[in-house]
Design a protein around this ligand. Structure first.
Ligand SMILES: Nc1ncnc2c1ncn2[C@@H]1O[C@H](COP(=O)(O)OP(=O)(O)OP(=O)(O)O)[C@@H](O)[C@H]1O
Ligand SMILES: [Zn+2]
Length: 648
């Protein structure tokens, strides 16, 4: 008989035999190997999870090392997924770990691949990827443990199709954007000047000139139309100056254009300054003349990123960083070797040259407008939309993820919790609550999912609409077929009916959304996941299997209806033609980070207010369901005498 190892005995004791067996057999996917991911992987490996897959698209950066403790200095520029695998494997060589240096949205990670896992953990930092994994887990019907941290706040949510709310059941906040006139003409806060440096000046000089600026809202009312036209001409003139990049005249031309000529033009618009302090232009030659003998060297200034630089120091950094970026641009152009695509340099908070340029140019603009200057350290956080990541928050959240995972493995969804870490809230540090039920109006989870076997060379859209949806599933006339946001079919749009799936660009793993527009009693949206196949019982299209209905009707109409695999919507439910609910939020800013809609602190990952909103939601649902307040973490005796740590 094989003797259990000491490690095994510990697992048995701490988890109990049944849970330990589930943990060992589970096949786990962890998406993201950053702040939360490193902690989580360590926990998973030390808890005895036997088979773990990691997906992360990024490489290790110096700024990750303070909290992503699986990584060391020598790992900089190496794949996070691969290094995390190596480091964690050393903790427990019995664990099978597979690493994928890839984007989770890549087509190889399709629904069938997701179905191969027992459970998925999200350890991501952006809404887009979170939403994608949420949708894939719903389509594959695999439980997901979603987590996020913002500074000292954190959150863990268990998502199980048809049982709990999904990631998209509550609206997410819209990204912060600033009116174009605030950024270009009337800044009043440091962040306005930082956005100007990052999203306007840097982009105009080193970016794709036609680039749309995510943080600037161009949809101004007509009153400002004339001013906007002027600003457009100004930007045009700036593009001409860009042509002199690499010459010794370039820094002065640029400086005098943006800090002198443009400012003088603004000052001439007297109306604008009736209630505001007019900006004071700066002159390149003037600042050079003012320089005293006691100047610090460029190196000394650059080393001092925590101190707010003086006007002269900002000027030195402006010139120096402009020079560094210009040289980089020249060599990128030379390397492009006449390729049609223009090389571009975009802002990255970890790219010192772009950070120095944005710091100096933002501060110089602040001086012009009489706004407080900021240190490079502060500007890095503001421009990168960051609330500093806290290692202990990540560690606590990763621990909570694992506690929830035991309940998921046991299928004990009645006790899964949404847990919040909010040290500055008036209540307790750790607050947990019962999972919210699915939102019946959610465009993502209150839909039916099914896979469809399709001979894409033979099957036409007409076969789908007539033979499959109308004859087999009993849909009426009023239906819409969408591929993402593209309309393929509705009663007026019939020209695609004779085209094959192949001709319409519908291949394996394409999601098609069927929207029932029947006025009286429409079905919930149906998501069809196409799988290419050539031998389908002679039929060009066939459903693989229908899942049980996800949201049963509440209006009592169920018993009168013929049996249908696609449930009817609840009476209040409403979706638009794109299958997207009206409250569907937009998601991320250019960095993929979540942005706050109205407050002043730019933030990362899920916002504090999101966490609080979710907390309130959970509180409300708790009141409705009257679940006893028993959310302390306790230690109980399991049936076989082992100690189980649980929080229910
Ligand atoms: N679509 C995606 N596919 C795979 N991995 C992703 C995807 N989007 C984000 N990630 C990974 O999720 C992880 C999130 O970790 P974290 O929040 O600590 O961010 P970070 O990029 O490591 O840190 P920072 O943003 O502070 O520099 C990152 O390693 C990132 O590469
Ligand atoms: Zn949902």
């Amino acid at each position: 008989m094989v003797q259990p190892t000491r490690r095994d005995q510990s697992y048995h004791k701490s988890l109990g035999t049944p849970t330990n067996a589930l943990v060992k057999e589970a096949r786990i996917l962890m998406v993201g190997a950053g702040g939360i991911g490193c902690e989580l992987l360590k926990n998973l490996v030390l808890t005895g999870f036997g088979d773990i897959h990691i997906v992360d698209l990024d490489t290790i950066d110096l700024s990750n090392l303070n909290r992503q403790f699986l990584f060391r200095h020598e790992h900089i520029k190496k794949s996070k997924a691969l290094v995390a695998k190596e480091a964690a494997h050393a903790f427990n060589p019995d664990v099978k770990i597979e690493a994928h240096h890839a984007n989770i949205k890549d087509p190889q990670f399709n629904v069938a691949w997701f179905k191969g896992f027992t459970m998925v953990f999200n350890a991501l930092d952006n809404l887009e990827a979170r939403r994608h994994v949420n949708r894939m887990c719903l389509a594959a019907d695999i439980p997901l443990i979603e987590s996020g941290t913002t500074g000292f706040n954190g959150q863990v949510q268990v998502i199980k199709k048809g049982v709990t709310a999904c990631y998209d059941c509550t609206a997410k906040e819209t990204p912060k954007s600033f009116p174009v006139c605030t950024i270009r003409s009337t800044p009043s806060q440091p962040i306005h000047c930082i956005v100007w440096g990052k999203s306007y000046l840097l982009t105009e000089i080193f970016g794709a000139s036609e680039e749309e600026l995510a943080q600037i809202d161009n949809s101004e009312d007509s009153e400002n139309a004339k001013e906007i036209e002027k600003l457009r001409q100004e930007a045009e003139a700036l593009k001409n100056i860009r042509e002199s990049m690499g010459t010794s005249a370039f820094p002065q031309l640029l400086f005098d254009k943006v800090y002198q000529d443009d400012i003088n033009r603004l000052r001439s618009m007297e109306e604008m300054w009736k209630t505001r302090r007019p900006p004071q232009p700066l002159s390149y030659a003037g600042i050079i003349e003012q320089k005293t003998g006691s100047q610090r060297t460029t190196e000394e200034i650059l080393k001092d990123g925590q101190r707010v630089w003086t006007l002269e120091e900002n000027m030195v950094v402006f010139k120096d960083s402009l020079d560094r970026l210009s040289k980089r641009m020249e060599s990128m152009k030379a390397a492009a070797n006449g390729d049609s695509a223009q090389p571009v340099i975009t802002f990255d908070k970890d790219d010192e040259d772009t950070l120095d340029f944005v710091t100096a140019s933002a501060n110089l603009r602040s001086i012009v407008f009489g706004i407080e200057c900021k240190s490079r350290f502060d500007i890095k956080q503001m421009a990168g939309n960051i609330i500093p990541a806290i290692a202990t928050t990540n560690a606590i959240v990763a621990g909570l993820c694992v506690l929830q995972s035991f309940k998921v493995l046991r299928g004990d969804y009645s006790v899964v919790k949404e847990t919040y870490l909010s040290p500055f809230a008036s209540q307790r540090l750790l607050a947990s609550d019962v999972s919210r039920p699915p939102n019946p109006d959610c465009p993502v989870c209150s839909v039916a999912y099914t896979s469809l076997l399709v001979d894409t060379t033979r099957a036409t859209l007409g076969n789908l609409v007539e033979d499959f949806l109308r004859l087999e599933l009993g849909y009426g006339e009023e239906i819409v077929v969408n591929k993402g946001s593209d309309l393929l079919y509705d009663v007026e749009e019939t020209e695609n009916l004779t085209k094959t799936f192949g001709e319409l660009g519908i291949g394996g793993d394409t999601f098609l959304t069927i929207i029932d527009e029947d006025d009286d009693n429409p079905r919930v949206n149906l998501e069809l996941i196409v799988q290419e196949s050539t031998t389908v019982d002679g039929k060009p299209i066939q459903a693989v299997n229908f899942p049980p209905p996800v949201s049963a009707p509440t209006d009592g109409s169920e018993s009168q209806e013929p049996q249908s695999p696609i449930p009817r919507k609840k009476p209040s439910s409403s979706s638009n033609r794109n299958g997207v609910h009206a409250a569907e939020p937009s998601v991320t800013n250019g960095n993929g980070n979540v942005s706050e809609p109205s407050g002043s602190s730019p933030i990362k990952k899920r916002t504090i207010s999101q966490v609080e909103e979710a907390e309130h939601q959970a509180k409300r649902s708790k009141l409705q369901t009257a679940v006893p307040d028993d959310d302390d973490i306790i230690i109980v005796e399991d049936t076989d005498g082992a100690i189980v740590i649980d929080d229910d």
